[in-house]
Design a protein around this ligand. Structure first.
Ligand SMILES: [Zn+2]
Length: 168
């Protein structure tokens, strides 16, 4: 599937949106669908609530994610670790798989919380590819510290500019 190139601006027509003071604005998906306004404080709060359920007895590194579907539903997730390490599932994929398994395939925004203001949790490579399967490169992704602090918003395409794609 061919997708348009990532836009340099994530939301609101500004190069470096500051979501805390932004009023929610509509977002148009790559498929031309108008998505609901992004209420960043609420989406970050949902991600923080999900992080409270993190199962991370090995790393002690809690991560939460909240994925806003095009229909306005929010799917949250946390990281779920495993004694075999390799079976660990990240918060972003937990949220994404929950949403897809409940019938959603179009998304408007994602918030991720983890780490500190100095070193917030960024999505890993596996999650970036999994998100690219369903989310347009223009979809805004907010990254915020686990507890307090402002999110930084970038389009998904900035995280994964050359995703793997198969023609369908
Ligand atoms: Zn990940």
């Amino acid at each position: 599937m061919r997708r348009p190139a990532a836009r340099s601006r994530a939301i609101g027509g500004r190069a470096s949106p500051r979501p805390s003071g932004d009023r929610p604005s509509e977002f148009r998906s790559a498929g031309g669908h108008t998505c609901p306004p992004v209420d960043w404080p609420a989406l970050v709060a949902a991600a923080r609530a999900a992080a409270a359920h993190s199962y991370s007895p090995y790393s002690h590194y809690a991560v939460g994610a909240a994925l806003l579907a095009a229909d306005g539903a929010v799917f949250s997730g946390c990281n779920v670790e495993n004694a075999s390490y390799g079976l660990t599932n990240c918060a972003e994929r937990t949220a994404l798989f929950k949403a897809v398994s409940e019938g959603r395939r179009e998304f408007a925004a994602l918030a991720i919380v983890g780490g500190t203001a100095r070193s917030p949790a960024l999505p890993c490579g596996a999650c970036r590819q999994a998100l690219a399967e369903f989310c347009p490169p223009s979809m805004p992704v907010a990254v915020a510290p686990l507890r307090r602090g402002e999110p930084v918003v970038r389009p998904l395409g900035d995280y994964l500019p050359f995703s793997f794609e198969l023609s369908r």
